[in-house]
Write a protein that binds this ligand. Structure first.
Ligand code: F6R
Length: 357
């Protein structure tokens, strides 16, 4: 039920802080420790490499999952687009663990990888929003995203839920391996949830930005470095799927290796600047595109913001900025689509779950 909301997508965007709080509750025991199936903990601890398999938005969450697992739990991770994996199977390590990320749990491309790796006898863990789904039933283990039903075709709350669950999984694994961590995921996710909630109250500002930057444009670029790059990929997917504006996400340093040729007077470039270690470089990239006439819109984080930034998100832990910085991108996409009279919840040519390969 949409209730008072005009679209499921807007409702689901607003639900995100509550989903994160629900995840914190669901993955915590009475002693405030992480609550996780012991078999999953063991499988994570025992593997020597993790292969993340996903598609679309879930693939973008997987890119961040790699950061969490490598940085916190010290296990090498590869992230693969499901549809490419079957015929380009990488050389597998001795003790691989496959991690399927899927909102619906029904994506055919992911399922065919699951069938393939099961034949080889490798273990699989599925992160899904639908526990009884095919990918959940056929994997050895399941972690539930607890996002509640996601109805809008464009995925929003499942994406932030995936990142939150991946962060918890990475920390649990680190602790199981006896690694010392300063990062308290439940506390930091709680802070992120508050920041997300604050942003969902800034809709008017974001609608204005969509009106100002994306009124008639045919295309739009997203740039960012490090994790901001991944959020830019997700922002560009959201924008193109619901507003039909051609959008592309790039690593900040990559645009100038070719695509900068497309920048003309007024081309919108949305830049994310939430990471201290790359703040200087990404701002340099913004200057490069501005010098070619780009209409740049910088989304930065409090503490790293500079005069002229179009939008500033609250300060959160640097690993968790994607959960927060994606919200202005989701809302800008939503309003851009609305301004173009697009069918926000049911974009053309798309289905909620892609059950063909
Ligand atoms: C984008 C979107 C798709 C899905 C992709 C994978 O908004 O919804 O890109 O993320 O089709 O779907 P799941 O996660 O159900 O496997």
């Amino acid at each position: 039920e949409k209730g008072t909301y005009p679209h499921f997508m807007l409702k689901e965007i607003d639900e995100q802080p509550f989903v994160i709080r629900k995840i914190i509750q669901e993955y915590k025991n009475e002693n405030d420790e992480i609550k996780l199936d012991l078999d999953i903990r063991q499988a994570m601890k025992n593997c020597d490499r993790i292969y993340i398999i996903a598609a679309g938005t879930s693939y973008h969450a997987g890119l961040l999952g790699k950061q969490f697992i490598e940085k916190l739990a010290n296990i090498p991770v590869e992230v693969h687009v499901a549809s490419e994996f079957s015929y380009n199977m990488p050389l597998l390590s001795e003790k691989p663990l496959f991690l399927f990320i899927s909102q619906s749990g029904e994506t055919a491309d992911s399922r065919s990888v699951l069938v393939q790796i099961k034949e080889l006898g490798h273990p699989a863990l599925t992160l899904t929003n639908v526990p009884g789904s095919t990918l959940s039933r056929e994997a050895n283990y399941t972690m539930h995203l607890h996002a509640g039903p996601e109805i809008a075709v464009a995925s929003t709350k499942a994406y932030t839920a995936q990142m939150a669950v991946l962060a918890i999984l990475a920390v649990d694994t680190a602790r199981a391996k006896g690694l010392e961590l300063e990062f308290d995921p439940m506390q930091e996710l709680g802070i992120a949830a508050n920041a997300m909630e604050a942003l969902t109250d800034q809709k008017e500002e974001l609608e204005e930005l969509a009106r100002e930057y994306l009124p008639t444009t045919r295309n739009c670029f997203f740039i960012g470095r490090s994790v901001d790059h991944y959020v830019g990929l997700e922002g560009s997917l959201k924008l193109k799927e619901i507003s039909y504006i051609q959008a592309e996400g790039f690593a900040g340093g990559e645009l100038k290796h070719g695509t900068i040729a497309l920048i003309e007077d007024g081309t919108p470039v949305i830049a994310l600047a939430t990471q201290e270690n790359v703040n200087y470089s990404i701002r340099g990239n913004v200057q490069e595109v501005e010098a070619r006439g780009a209409n740049s819109l910088i989304i930065s984080m409090k503490g790293l913001d500079k005069e002229g930034d179009a939008f500033v998100i609250p300060h959160v832990h640097h690993l968790l900025t994607p959960l927060v910085s994606v919200i202005p991108l989701q809302l800008i996409s939503y309003y851009a689509a609305l301004h173009r009279d697009c069918d926000v919840d049911k974009p053309r040519n798309l289905a909620k779950s892609v059950t063909v390969e």
